[in-house]
Ligand binder design. Structure first.
Ligand SMILES: [Zn+2]
Length: 292
């Protein structure tokens, strides 16, 4: 159990879709996708476009009926619903915390997927493509998380991965993401700092989701213990690392690279979580990556 069982996570909120969320100015034609998770099937055809008031399903391999995605209990039960609810919460949070960032979308795929950064196979793991400004998550990675974790079946670990990737999207808007390209090597490098900031951003969102009531007075998530958080972060790191993909064409490439130590990742996540303030996440200008 991760979402509060009675939390309202779907119905009324999805209905604001179609025009983009939160009064943000968005280009015509993509509004319906902004709230959406697009479930990609083998070959990369969209199997289901969720959110935005539109639902089409063409044989989604998992998750089933997203009509049953209105409560926290539904999100705890169903990975598609869980990701949709997490995405909506992230979008709400960042629309308020950093209005300059436009909403993004996440694509769940299995097999392979075509992206603005090239074609990706499920071997790549979760990643953010700065060129098309979207998040890509392969379902086999998520299944591995579920099989490896105990108490909540990997639910929070999955949500953390999505929140971390959303953090990269925020960084694409702040300009911080460039630091990962300009300074790639070493434990104090820009690349490591960008990763640790994405963890801190994920923590800031999670802290808000456990403590801030929505307009109906409900909290979204159950409180997270330090142990819950440690197990979620370590599971995600054990199963695979994300990568920020910037190639213009050709294959998206998996690469192993450092995200900082597990202590550093935990430290920065907790700094975000406890403060609930993304302004506490200025890893790029910290004297050291250990100054969390
Ligand atoms: Zn990352």
């Amino acid at each position: 159990m991760t979402f509060r069982e009675n939390a309202n996570i779907g119905a009324g909120r999805a209905s604001r879709g179609g025009g983009g969320g939160g009064g943000l100015a968005v280009g015509g034609g993509i509004g319906t996708l902004l709230l959406a998770l697009v479930v990609m099937l083998f070959g990369g055809d969209p199997g289901a476009i969720l959110g935005g008031g539109q639902q089409t399903q063409q044989g989604s391999t998992q998750g089933g009926d997203l009509d049953e995605c209105t409560s926290g209990a539904d999100a705890n039960e169903n990975v598609d619903c869980r990701m949709k609810a997490t995405m909506l919460s992230l979008e709400d949070y960042w629309t308020s915390a950093y209005p300059e960032a436009d909403p993004t979308s996440a694509t769940l795929f299995s097999g392979s997927v075509d992206t603005g950064c090239g074609q990706a196979s499920s071997a790549v793991g979760p990643f953010y493509c700065p060129l098309d400004r979207k998040i890509y998550l392969d379902t086999s990675f998520f299944s591995q998380l579920e099989s490896q974790l105990g108490s909540d079946g990997g639910n929070f670990s999955q949500m953390y991965v999505l929140a971390h990737e959303y953090g990269h999207h925020v960084q694409n808007n702040t300009g911080a993401l460039q630091a990962s390209q300009q300074d790639r090597q070493g434990p104090e490098s820009g690349a490591v700092r960008v990763e640790l900031q994405a963890d801190c951003f994920a923590g800031a969102w999670a802290g808000n989701a456990t403590r801030t009531r929505d307009s109906d007075g409900n909290l979204l998530l159950e409180p997270l213990s330090r142990e819950d958080i440690e197990s979620a972060l370590s599971a995600a790191a054990a199963v695979g690392d994300d990568s920020i993909q910037e190639r213009m064409q050709g294959q998206v490439t998996p690469h192993t690279w450092t995200h900082g130590s597990s202590e550093q990742r935990m430290g920065w996540f907790m700094r975000g979580y406890e403060s609930g303030d993304p302004n506490q996440c200025d890893v790029l200008n910290a004297g050291s990556v250990d100054d969390y």
